[in-house]
Every structure is written in C-alpha cells, then in structure tokens.
Design a protein around this ligand. Sequence first.
Ligand SMILES: NC(=O)c1ccc[n+]([C@@H]2O[C@H](COP(=O)([O-])OP(=O)(O)OC[C@H]3O[C@@H](n4cnc5c(N)ncnc54)[C@H](OP(=O)(O)O)[C@@H]3O)[C@@H](O)[C@H]2O)c1
Length: 326
Amino acid sequence: MKAIVCNKFGTPNTLQFQEIESPSPKKDEILIAVKACSVNFPDTLIIQGKYQFRPEFPFSPGSDVAGIVEKIGEDVQQFKVGDKVVGFISFGGFAEKAIVKAKDCFPKPKGMSMVNASAFLLAYGTSYHALKDRANLQKGETILILGASGGVGLTALELAKLMGAKVIAAASTKEKLDLCTQFGADEVINYTEESLKDKVKELTNGSGVDVIYDPVGGHFSELALRAIAWKGRHLVIGFANGEIPKIPINLTLLKGASIVGVFWGAFAQKEPKKSLENIHQLLTWFTKGYLKPHINKTYALKEAPKALEDMIQRKVKGKIVIDMDL
Ligand SMILES: NC(=O)c1ccc[n+]([C@@H]2O[C@H](COP(=O)([O-])OP(=O)(O)OC[C@H]3O[C@@H](n4cnc5c(N)ncnc54)[C@H](OP(=O)(O)O)[C@@H]3O)[C@@H](O)[C@H]2O)c1
C-alpha cells in the first residue's frame, strides 16, 4: 500500500511517499481501507518528535480516519467487512490502510461524507469534552475562544452556541474572523491588532468571560486569563503558538478562577463510557444538521506534507483533509 512515512523526525518535507507493507489487525482491531484522514495540529508535532509520545520508525502520521472495513480481528463482534466507519488512532492514518481498535471505531452516519467523517471525531470530541465535562459551560455564560477559526476552535464555537453561550471569537485575520461570524460568533477580536484583555473587558462591560477556550498558548493565555470573570474556567487545550505559557498563579486567586486541563485522547481511554455518550450526542447533532464541519481544503495523499506545512504556516481555517480519492 502507499503511505506517507516518517523515517526520522523532521519538518513535513522530510516525509516520504512510499510503498509499504499493509498491516494486519490483532484480535481487537480492524483494518480499514482509508478513504479520508483529516489533519490535526498534533500531526505536525508528532513528525518532529515534539508530541507527548514518540512512535517507533517508520510510522505514518494521521489520527482521524474514515473508511471501509477490510478485515476484522477474531474478537471483533460489532463490525463486518464492508461497513463504513469513522475512527481515531494515535498515528497511521496517512496511508491507504490503517489499523484501528474496534472500540475506537463508530459506524459512519448515512449522509455524512468520508471527508466530513474524518474531520469530526477529534475536533468535536475535544471541544465537547472541554465545554461540557471540564468547563460545565452553562446557557447564558460568555466564552472567549482563542484561535477560533482553527480546527478545534471552530467546533468549540459551534458547540458553545448550541449550548446557549455567548461567544467572543479571537483570531489573527479579518478573513478568519469573518468565518467565525458566519459560524455564529456574537463578537470578534483580532488579537494581532487589538489588546485581547482590554477588548474582552470592553465587550463584557468590565465583568470578563466565564470560560476561556485556549488552544493557542504563548502570551495570549495570560492576557486572556487577566480578562476572566469571577469563578471563570480557563481551558488549557494546546499550544499552537509553540510556547507553553508560565502563568502567575495569583490571577486564579483574585478571580476565584480555575485553570483546567483538557486531554480528549486520555479522557476517551480512561472514561470510555462517558466518551461514547459524548460521541453519540455529537453524531446525533450532526445527523440533525446542527453541526457542519468546515472543510477548508482537501489534498491527495502524496500532498500530505504540503497540508502539514499549510497548518504550520497558520493558513488553515476549519479543517483540512487528506482525501484518498484525489
Ligand atoms: N487537548 C486536547 O485533547 C487536544 C485535542 C486536539 C488538539 N489539541 C491542540 O489544540 C491546538 C489546535 O489544534 P488544531 O488541530 O485546531 O490546529 P489548527 O487548526 O492549526 O488551529 C490552531 C490555531 O491556533 C492559532 N495559532 C496561533 N499561533 C499559531 C502558530 N504559531 N502556529 C499555528 N497556529 C497558531 C491559529 O489561529 P490564528 O492564526 O487565528 O491565531 C490556528 O487557527 C493544538 O495545540 C493541538 O495540539 C488538543
């Protein structure tokens, strides 16, 4: 099979497009013919050896897959060859075939394209877990979303609106903020042009925001936390900015506020029942038309290095996807 392969840690241009042996499923796994695999920021880190874990070489990046079941392990009951599925893995998705644990796989809803399906689980799963389980976001509360036009950011925006919150979207360009407005943002802030803290205070009549969704990190985190409301929750999602911020802890004391870590992958492994309930809720909302993944661009498998580079260069709005049919 053809695959994008990482043979040594490095930038996207060091990845190889090559022919490798197709993997075989173990007892609790399924082999799927990958039809689409979305790109997520952790894919840009894993190939550089900068993610939480370092796979053994050679490996393919890619964790959000949709495809057709080709083989099943002997213990797998819930799927059969030919089923259309969506699943998540740690890596291995930028390839014509991928192995997924059956427990991390779900039937693809009818009417959901393979491209949309591959762009769904990780982004919506992370944001729903963050807003519901970690922030306990309430109807009528105000949330500030940093990097709001990005992969996880835009899903947080959609879900926060669905949950009845008022959304302040922050991003780096007018084009990105226009997309946030289309997705229902009540207010927008260009954080490369305006003071994040001052603008949030102005938009909330001085009271600050109840929840901060922060996939960006760097100096933006402290600026946002300085504009949090009494008993606010600052959700630590990631550090796309490249810098892990060091926060003066007294800021939490002054506001009775919490800094709350979010790790969807670990949640799905440690609390599978709750994670499953969340995923079913999200798929139901998709089927009802409440959630609309925004696909910015699709790429052929051999163009995956370009897709990763576009993400690193901050060129992506919503999701980008490797489409095996291209
Ligand atoms: N905790 C979890 O379970 C979990 C799950 C999934 C992802 N994540 C993390 O969430 C973050 C976002 O992931 P994603 O897939 O949504 O990525 P993405 O689509 O690239 O979005 C990241 C956003 O961050 C902003 N940004 C600011 N500085 C940046 C920089 N130097 N380089 C790139 N982007 C920058 C960009 O918006 P502007 O240009 O508007 O600033 C961009 O839209 C990553 O750190 C990822 O590791 C965490």
